[in-house]
Design a protein around this ligand. Structure first.
Ligand code: SF4
Length: 245
């Protein structure tokens, strides 16, 4: 009985944390939403607005929203990882990117520098990006978790639950044409599945109307170089898809 009560207490604590996370998250967008309404135009000005200028203005407000999302993430204390991190690794790259890579979580070097994929796995990712005729600055790179799990342990479900809304909103604002999920945690979280990366990779999936392809994480490829060929096949599909526009 005692055990049941403590389990119930834990569940309530987790739920409360989740509600707090959601409220803080929505509050941050409530503030920026006011900014959007401040930009409303008069009827005459509205008539002069062409579809092209409307798209540009929307993109500009998306870039501003991305920047305020980053400001919020940099102060985030929603999960326990804030106690052990050196830096929050929000993500980096072109806010208008057609291609977005999503990895698992920052490692040692990423935590020190506050940037995603800057260690050995990052060097390999840069090679992969260059091999499909892109530069790092053309694309956007983010992770499921924005703070490093101690000793690079696997992310815990509650950490993913708290942090995931940041990534969801990043994707929503960047609007890539295709997402490349790197490794098990990224693929499973984005596709809401428990399927193995071996079964998920190499195929196109749907992420809320955006194409998604999954492949192996560069850190896994460093340990298993014989699998690099499969990742090469996967990213060629990404390149071919983007060429079709
Ligand atoms: S991992 Fe995500 S949810 Fe946890 S403290 Fe860092 S930014 Fe916040």
């Amino acid at each position: 009985m005692q055990k049941e009560i403590s389990e119930i207490r834990n569940e309530i604590a987790t739920l409360t944390k989740g509600i707090k996370a959601r409220l803080e998250y929505e509050k941050s967008f409530g503030i920026t939403a006011i900014k959007r309404t401040e930009q409303t135009t008069t009827k005459q000005e509205e008539e002069k607005t062409t579809p092209t200028t409307a798209i540009k203005e929307n993109k500009q407000s998306d870039i501003e929203l991305l920047s305020s999302l980053k400001e919020n993430a940099l102060k985030c204390t929603l999960c326990g990882l804030h106690q052990t991190r050196t830096n929050v690794v929000f993500g980096e790259g072109n806010p208008n990117a057609d291609l977005m890579f999503v990895g698992e979580a920052p490692g040692y070097y990423e935590d020190v520098k506050g940037l995603p994929f800057v260690g050995k796995a990052g060097e390999l990712l840069t090679k992969i990006i260059n091999a499909i005729d892109f530069k790092r600055e053309d694309i956007y790179i983010a992770n499921i978790l924005k703070c490093r799990p101690p000793e690079n342990r696997n992310p815990k479900p509650d950490e993913i639950a708290f942090c995931y809304p940041y990534l969801e909103k990043q994707i929503d604002l960047i609007k890539p044409k295709i997402i490349c999920a790197l490794g098990t945690f990224a693929a499973q979280s984005l596709l809401n599945t428990t399927e193995s990366i071996g079964r998920l990779r190499g195929k196109f999936h749907d992420y809320h109307g955006t194409k998604l392809i999954a492949t192996y994480h560069p850190a896994y490829l460093l340990r298993n170089p014989e699998e690099k060929r499969k990742t090469w096949e996967d990213v060629q599909k990404v390149r071919d898809y983007l060429k079709s526009f």
